[in-house]
Design a protein around this ligand. Sequence first.
Ligand code: FAD
Ligand code: NAI
Length: 469
Amino acid sequence: MSEQTYDLVVIGGGPGGYVAAIRAAQLGMKTACVESRGRLGGTCLNVGCIPSKALLHSSERFAEARDHLAEQGIKIGKLDLDLGTMMGRKDKVVDDLTKGIEFLFKKNKVDYVKGFGSIPAVGEVAVKAENGASQTLKSRNVLIATGSESTPLPNVEIDEKRIVSSTGALALGKVPKTMVVIGAGVIGLELGSVWSRLGAEVTVIEFLDRILPAMDGEIAKQTQRVLQKQGLTFKLGHKVTSAKAGRTGVALQVEPAKGGAAETLKAEVVLVSIGRRPYTEGLGLDALGVKVDNRGFIQVDDRFQTSLPGIYAIGDCVPGPMLAHKAEEDGVVCVEMLDGQAGHVDYNLCPSVVYTWPEVAGVGRTEEQLKEDGVDYRVGKFPFTANSRGRANAETDGLVKILADRRSDKVLGVHILGPLAGDLLQETVVAMEFGASAEDIARSYHSHPSMSEAVKEAALAVHGRPIHI
Ligand code: FAD
Ligand code: NAI
């Protein structure tokens, strides 16, 4: 039994857990972070946000060189793909960033404890190392930040070679000729885009009759059109009832979601991306009496306290958007409240970005949600075809859409399909945090020529007075 008592022991070294640990140490708490993966950074750094963005970037450059540079008078002879080098670069980016967090832990004096954590009793974390050694850490507070895992699909067994989750899809050894993606959500569209750009024929099968269910409907529709133009095929309103991997590929049984005749599809590789679920296995929550909801998310109050005092939870394993920046904010706010400070998170202002090209980004309410809630709103839209920088850069797909309250003009939602939409969205996230009106955005300087002028124009369009359209 370790003699020292910590102020905080965090279980899980992902963006929720490691950021919380660093913030706690900054506030003077004696802090440890327990991580079983052997590397810090969690899903996000190791098998999520970062490797996917590295491959999205490289595959974008490849597709641009193949399909678009000639239009600008840049001729390349024979274009070759060196997938090994592309994967190697991705792995190096991940390695460097995970080591960076170890450095930050040392700098902030956070103890990094390698091993699998469980909670035998309030105030204790038992850690089992890979070599079997075990120790028990005592702590005034315990923070669970154990994240999530991909949701399995019945009758579709993942082997990470032919039938893959996002983890396998980030590490394929060769470009498959054909790929079926199950689920037209964020992972399906991002990783489907990667392999399509590199040469795979990609078919996306989606249960609902639309893609990206969490995004504004009009923006999702336009996104589908743009991705179809890039070569992705969509089979909406269908479900996969089984998939069997053989020597040369996978045979899938597919049915209309509403019922009807089944058909067989074949693909060299199948990606299952139908959502993620909280991961809390082995923590001992049941025995301890920590309550989870019917989907397995740990129940917390607005201070992130679980049903037991002294035990807190944040990030993907608690309800809310399953995003890295959400996990980080949860962690910071939870720890600051432990320190006696005030704090709150507003998930309505948590932005969401899909890193296809062009990107899809949204914050606040969608038009469908406003209609459902009977809110009287105005909408302003501006297409990138009318944006001079978009024209100059040959980036004209997409639009900015701003939704504002009809009477107060307060911005209620912003949705963008366009070049670097995630970065463009950010000014509106800040504006919304300050309770801005569409008029506030419209009257702010936006540099010329810039993509951000499309945001200003959409804000002007809320009042029916855009200049360039
Ligand atoms: P995690 O990052 O899952 O970290 C939890 C950690 O806890 C893991 O390292 C795990 O090993 C460890 N752990 C679990 N149980 C124990 C235990 N008992 N003892 C010790 N350690 C334990 N989000 C974005 O915002 N932007 C993106 O671009 C983005 N891209 C993504 C791409 C993919 C392919 C995937 C799969 C996800 C992506 N996400 C993205 C989501 C993002 O990765 C998660 O929302 C984020 O990682 C959640 O952080 P977390 O700290 O809650 O959990
Ligand atoms: P998702 O929830 O985004 O999308 C899943 C899709 O699968 C939905 O459209 C759903 O209707 C569909 N679906 C569900 N069951 C189905 C079935 N049986 N057959 C066909 N379709 C089915 O989940 P995804 O893409 O797996 O991503 C998980 C989470 O990871 C996301 O919710 C997001 O929080 C996070 N993530 C975030 C990224 C980002 O911020 N850029 C990138 C990747 C992941």
